[in-house]
Design a protein around this ligand. Structure first.
Ligand code: HEC
Length: 104
């Protein structure tokens, strides 16, 4: 009788382990790639480059501003001022500007 109880307990333990594992394995690969891919799909490689430049050049002195924090008209004089501060050439600045405009 004792043996039977122990075996039943073991079977339960194994069964619940099995269930947990299956859920974990199934959930991980489904959730991860969807989250990572979502923003990349929206941006063309050109815009992704601008975003990269923006994040790396424009957060050295202050927090990174959201493109939506300002209107296109407000951004124009700010970007002229910040280009000088960040010492960026016109090509890089055009790329950053395109990225900002794409987010407005
Ligand atoms: C060398 C430091 C420095 C770098 C690099 C820099 N900024 Fe700034 N930024 C400042 C300072 C200082 C201010 C606040 C004074 C001012 O507005 O000139 C500021 C203010 C801002 C503001 C707020 C402007 C306002 O009118 O409220 C924005 C937006 C901004 N920066 C965007 C950028 C962007 C975009 C870049 C990259 C191209 C950048 N910054 C790079 C120093 C910097």
């Amino acid at each position: 009788m004792k043996k039977y109880i122990i075996l039943t307990g073991l079977a339960f333990a194994l069964a619940s382990c099995g269930t947990k594992k299956t859920t974990a394995v199934a959930a991980t690969p489904v959730a991860a790639p969807v989250e990572e891919k979502a923003p990349a799909v929206d941006l063309t490689p050109e815009l992704a480059e601008g975003k990269n430049l923006y994040e790396n050049s424009c957060a050295r002195c202050h927090k990174l501003y959201e493109p939506q924090d300002f209107s296109k008209e407000d951004w124009a004089p700010i970007l002229v001022r910040m280009q000088k501060k960040a010492k960026l050439d016109d090509v890089k600045m055009a790329s950053i500007t395109k990225y900002i405009h794409s987010q407005l």
